[in-house]
Design a protein around this ligand. Structure first.
Ligand code: NAD
Length: 497
């Protein structure tokens, strides 16, 4: 059985505990590898290595750090197919989708190639007689990233390029469900010239996470995953004196107004609802049809679902792959059963899908519900599968209110041809990322990514300018050099005469 190792101090490490967990090929349902599970000992080793490396890395020039990012960018671009194949083999998403994920991660690396621009401080001349004031931004130290299964390349790359380019050293705890890509990234960083210890990978699950969020040598934690774990990481990490940004789950709504281009809206609902089998934090899971838009949309969506090709992600022509694990497949199926028993109308049922030759795979076909009401569990919970719920409402304001009452606030979209309605939506909606005739509004690398409400804990969104602020702290320097004025002892508070 292939063994996936930790990456400590610039090389592969078996770790000391000997514990492992299984990694599956979701398309066949067979175990493909085992991954080392780290705990306190492996985290201690990673922190020790990262602390030692920090002493040198913090003093490296901005140009040196940018140079490593440039070289890493070239390696990732050249080996994107290899990364995509590693993602598909363990996550299940299609190769095209995996290539898209690598591309979005790469954009953050490109952003980090110009980090010097964002590390600039302010300068005020002569704030007092012979006194100048300026700010500098300095790295925090050892920072850790704990990441989810659904983007095993992109989400770590939301974090470490900016953290490392800003002068920090980094420990990644990737998802135990698809850990191989993180080791490929570590190898590429080393090949790009990153000194040993600046980037480390500790695999595992809860034990590794608990050790990281309690470790006194770790200054900050970036987390992306489900809301209950995000809340726990935020509360525990901050209690332990760390800076924490913890991005959680989602329940993304898309409102379709009667004046919308229904064909455009149906394309968007199907793409954003079933892309990556619904395993995206920006997936649309509830479509709110206003008035006559409801009937038209359900009909147009159902027609598109019939044509979707579901199968192994590495096969040409496949549009939707399997779910990540058997447990997750069973969970998604149980939600479909709950929807039926609670009275929603099942328009397309993905439960009995069988992919010939891949009978053991973790497949659920695209599933569409109509007449879903807010009291149903399929409306309330994040299903994280290919299950789209249609909610019917008479008025736009009711739909805005529904979204604003939802505890999640990651992404949302409105489809309309009315500029006034779109503007009302963008101003009133209590959600962090908003699409107008765009179903998956993921900000580019030079903006920052983050939801509102239970979709994020902590004050900083991830990557972009907010990422730079998260991974650095500001220092203000007040200096007097020329012609010091000797005023003698003065116990009064300094003023600026
Ligand atoms: P998850 O919360 O189960 O796991 C995330 C990470 O936390 C993994 O590394 C895992 O090993 C670790 N973990 C899991 N349970 C833990 C526990 N009890 N204690 C400590 N650590 C634990 O999430 P997932 O299933 O891997 O990913 C899917 C979730 O991530 C969805 O809820 C999705 O919406 C969310 N997500 C959010 C964003 C965002 O930007 N807001 C992006 C991607 C995914």
């Amino acid at each position: 059985m292939r063994r996936i190792h930790h990456w400590l101090d610039g090389r592969l490490s078996e770790g000391v505990s000997g514990a492992t967990g299984p990694v599956f090929n979701p398309a066949t349902g067979e175990q493909a590898a085992e991954v080392a599970y780290g705990g306190q000992a492996e985290v201690d080793a990673a922190v020790g290595s990262a602390l030692a490396a920090f002493e040198r890395w913090r003093d490296s020039s901005i140009g040196t750090r940018q140079g490593v990012m440039f070289a890493f960018r070239e390696l990732v671009a050249a080996r994107r197919r290899e990364l995509a194949e590693a993602i598909t083999a363990e996550h299940g998403k299609t190769i095209d989708d995996a290539l898209g994920e690598v591309q979005r991660g790469l954009e953050v690396v490109e952003f980090a190639c110009n980090i010097g621009h964002l590390l600039k401080g302010d300068y005020s001349d002569q704030v007092s007689s012979g006194v100048d004031t300026f700010t500098i931004r300095q790295p925090l130290g050892v920072v850790a990233g704990i990441t989810p299964f659904n983007f095993p390349v992109m989400v770590p790359m939301w974090m470490f390029p900016i953290a490392i380019a800003s002068g920090n050293t980094f420990i990644l705890k990737p998802s135990e469900k698809d850990p191989s890509a993180s080791v490929l990234l570590a190898e590429m960083l080393t090949e790009a010239g990153l000194p040993d210890g600046v980037f480390n990978v500790v695999h595992g699950s809860r034990d590794a996470v608990e050790a990281l969020i309690a470790h006194p040598g770790v200054s900050a934690i970036s987390f992306v995953g489900s809301t209950p774990v995000a809340r726990h990481i935020y509360e525990t990490g901050t209690r332990n004196g760390k800076r924490v940004q913890a991005l959680g789950g989602a329940k993304n709504h898309m409102i379709v107004l009667p004046d919308a281009d229904i064909e455009l809206a149906a394309d968007a609902a199907v793409s954003a609802g079933y892309g990556s089998a619904g395993e995206r934090c920006m997936a649309i899971s509830a479509v709110v049809g206003i008035g006559k838009a409801g009937d038209e949309l359900v009909e147009a969506t159902a027609a598109r679902i019939e044509k979707l090709s579901v199968g192994p992600g590495d096969q040409p022509g496949v549009e939707m792959g399997p779910l990540v694990t058997r447990e997750h497949m069973e969970r998604v199926r149980s939600y479909i059963e709950a929807g039926v028993s609670q009275g929603a109308r099942l328009v397309a049922d993905g439960r009995d899908l069988v992919v010939p030759g891949y009978e053991g795979g973790f497949f659920v076909g695209p599933t569409l519900f109509d007449r879903v009401t807010p009291d149903m569990t399929i409306y309330q919970d994040e299903i994280f599968g290919p299950v789209l719920s249609t909610v019917r409402m008479d008025h736009f304001e009711e739909a805005i209110d529904l979204i604003n009452r939802n505890p999640y606030g990651n992404g949302t979209a409105v489809f309309t041809n009315d500029g006034g309605a779109a503007r009302k939506f963008q101003r009133e909606i209590q959600v962090g990322m908003v699409g107008i005739n765009v179903p998956i509004p993921v900000p580019l690398s030079y903006y920052s990514f983050g939801g509102w409400k239970d979709s994020i804990f902590g004050s900083h969104a991830i990557y972009g300018p907010e990422g730079v602020h998260f991974y650095t702290r500001q220092k203000v320097v007040i200096s007097r050099w020329a012609d010091p004025v000797h005023r003698g002892v003065d116990l009064g508070f300094p003023t600026h005469g």
